[in-house]
Design a protein around this ligand. Structure first.
Ligand code: AGP
Length: 608
């Protein structure tokens, strides 16, 4: 989604801002722009396309100044062109502003301002904010921003400057993340710490309704009612290397290869191998409630929803607690029934997905205990949850989620053991699961060693334009995830199905042109899935089967096989998803797609 960086204090401002924008590229965008304040006033450059296009523009027509704001835009209102790109001006061209989020009542605000004589230049919802601030401006920018925002319905993270107040930038947040960076003689406002990590590790996270004023001397945090607010300073623990490619051609490939490490990072320090138990500090305060809970509702979107589905199979089988997994976007708009015996788990890599955030707020409003399973420390979902579990996968930059998924699944397993060891899981079973989990990272390495073979298979399938992915039990969510990976980065149509559902409809699609990727590892559903492979072959479909290393039966029937080590059924998703991630990656590369920034997609979806 859109990205913001603003700074004051050091030069070359434009260069530092563009560097920051580059770190936000992964979020997905289609235009970019920058404004700086210098001795002559406000100067703006903006264009459609990539940051490299903005750099070219700045090379031909340079600007610099004592402070500035910059933005990557992911179009919602109005097409992605230079005119609609941020920053946006007021009529008097003294207010200049960048905005993430959506001004829902922009049409009524626009017509009110037009009645007052304002003239609009763009199709965006954002432009009304610049005009509204101009309307209220009486010499103090933060006060005009406060008055303007009181009229706004919707979400915003903004950074704004006024020509008459050189060296000052005002930021405000409601529903769109904003952090304040405290550097060495320089201060930042950004939508994401990645943008400022090369300059500072000290940050403040703004909450909804809060604002910040930065200038060369420091910062001031306040709220929309002009009351001062005390904020804690957080130290970021991520390294710069973690948000760089480290020799890989794409972040996605780097992140796929990190998984033996990141899975271990999720369980490190949390396992008690002697007793098969798990320690989860973020749940300590809720132990009693968790032990008596009678129902769990899991909320998430996309890949996080798939991780929730794996969790449903795990928790129901081992902890014997009924689980429902809900699309966060649907949960929010029906009338969900929750009681004090229900625990809600919100799963989100970014911790900023607005559908999940709003669903979780709805659950809190209805009195449920809400726990967050998130990756980004200090994210909104992490902060608004009652408690939770960080997955510790490190920064995930590729838009297609890979390492966060396996860490989310690992976190679901930890939670299953945590809940289950006090209920249905025996000492022996607990110890066996914990030991097997500790061996998973080296099995992941073994799968990653097959990358050359997977690349060759990708060549076989790269031209196909439709795929079916089939799985049963623990590997039904993996079929969904494999299909999602392929479609989001290669733009190839792919559907995931529970294998037995195929005969209720999708089987009509099968002919010699339809590749079917089938999860056939030897779990409790193995014999059934063999039958499904035969059904596909009988209709001349092409089968790419994922099998265990010693499998012979399926490989005799399938056109191609990918082999993975055997493990416990409930751990098999951690292994089986990896060849599917690599297959999607290599098909996308062969098709010439932009793997890390697929078209139309954003890393964290902060609009509904
Ligand atoms: C994953 O590959 C997707 N890009 C997407 O489905 C993602 O999982 C979804 O938007 C949820 O994001 P979150 O985990 O940050 O909440």
């Amino acid at each position: 989604m859109c990205g913001i960086i603003a700074m004051v204090g050091r030069k070359p401002t434009a260069e530092i801002l563009v560097e920051g924008l580059k770190r936000l590229e992964y979020r997905g965008y289609d235009s970019a722009g920058i404004a700086v304040r210098n001795g002559e006033g406000l100067a703006v450059r903006k264009c459609a396309g990539k940051i490299r296009d903005l750099e070219a523009l700045l090379l031909g027509d340079p600007i610099d100044g004592e402070c500035g704001i910059a933005h990557t835009r992911w179009a919602t209102h109005g097409s992605p062109n230079a005119e609609n790109a941020h920053p946006h001006f007021s009529c008097d061209r003294k207010v200049v502003l960048v905005h993430n989020g959506i001004v829902e009542n922009y049409l009524s605000l626009r017509s009110m301002l037009e009645d007052e004589g304002h003239h609009f230049e763009t199709e965006t919802d954002t432009e009304v904010l610049a005009h509204l601030i101009e309307y209220y401006y009486e010499g103090k920018l933060e006060e005009a921003v406060q008055e303007a925002l009181k009229l706004v319905q919707g979400t915003y993270g903004i950074a704004v400057m006024h020509e008459d107040e050189p060296g000052k930038i005002v930021g405000a947040r409601n529903g769109s993340p904003l952090v304040v960076g405290l550097g060495d003689g320089e201060f930042f406002i950004a939508s994401d710490v990645a943008a400022i990590l090369s300059r500072t590790r000290q940050v403040i996270y703004l909450d909804d309704g809060e604002m910040v004023v930065i200038d060369a001397d420091g910062y001031r945090t306040l709220d929309i009612d002009n009351q001062s607010v005390d904020k804690r300073i957080h130290e970021i623990t991520w390294n710069l290397d973690q948000i760089e490619k480290g020799g890989y051609p794409h972040f996605m490939l780097k992140e796929i290869h990190e998984q033996s490490q990141t899975i271990a990072d999720t369980f490190r320090g949390r396992l008690l191998p002697e007793t098969g138990e798990v320690k989860l500090g973020g749940l300590a305060d809720f132990e009693k409630q968790l032990m008596r809970c009678k129902r769990i509702v899991i909320l998430g979107c996309g890949t996080s929803w798939h991780a929730g589905l794996v969790g449903e199979y795990m928790i129901e089988e081992y902890a014997h607690i009924p689980v429902e997994v809900e699309y966060a976007s649907e949960f929010r708009y029906r009338q969900p029934l929750l009681d004090e015996d229900t625990v809600v788990l919100a799963i989100s890599q970014s911790g900023e997905t607005v559908d999940t955030l709003q669903a979780m707020r709805e659950a809190k409003k209805r009195g449920a205990l809400v726990l967050g399973i998130t990756n980004v420390v200090g994210s909104t979902i992490a902060r608004e949850s009652d408690g939770g579990v960080y997955i510790h996968a490190g920064p995930e930059i590729g838009v297609a989620s890979t390492k966060a998924f396996t860490s989310q699944v690992t976190a679901m397993l930890l939670l299953t053991l945590y809940l289950g060891r006090h209920r249905e899981i025996s000492l022996d079973t607990g110890v066996r699961i914990v030991r097997e989990l500790m061996g998973i990272p080296s099995l992941v390495e073994r799968i990653l060693e097959q990358e050359d073979q997977i690349r060759e298979l990708a060549q076989v399938y790269a031209e196909d334009s439709n795929f079916l992915y089939l799985g049963r039990g623990y590997n039904f969510p993996i079929a969904l995830e494999g299909a999602l990976k392929l479609k989001e980065i290669s733009y190839v149509h792919a559907e995931g199905y529970p294998a037995a559902e195929m005969k209720h409809g999708p089987i009509a699609l099968i002919d010699k042109n339809m590749p079917v990727v089938v999860m056939c590892t030897q779990d409790g559903t193995y014999e059934k899935i063999k039958g499904n492979v035969q059904e596909v072959k009988a209709r001349h479909g092409r089968v790419l089967a994922l099998v265990n290393e010693d499998d012979e039966d399926i490989c005799e029937m399938a056109d191609h096989c990918l082999r993975v080590p055997a493990t416990l059924d409930l751990l098999s998703p951690l292994l089986n998803v990896i060849p599917l991630q690599l297959l999607a990656y290599h098909i996308a590369v062969l098709r010439g797609c932009e793997v890390d920034q697929p078209r139309n997609l954003a890393k964290s979806v902060t609009v509904e």
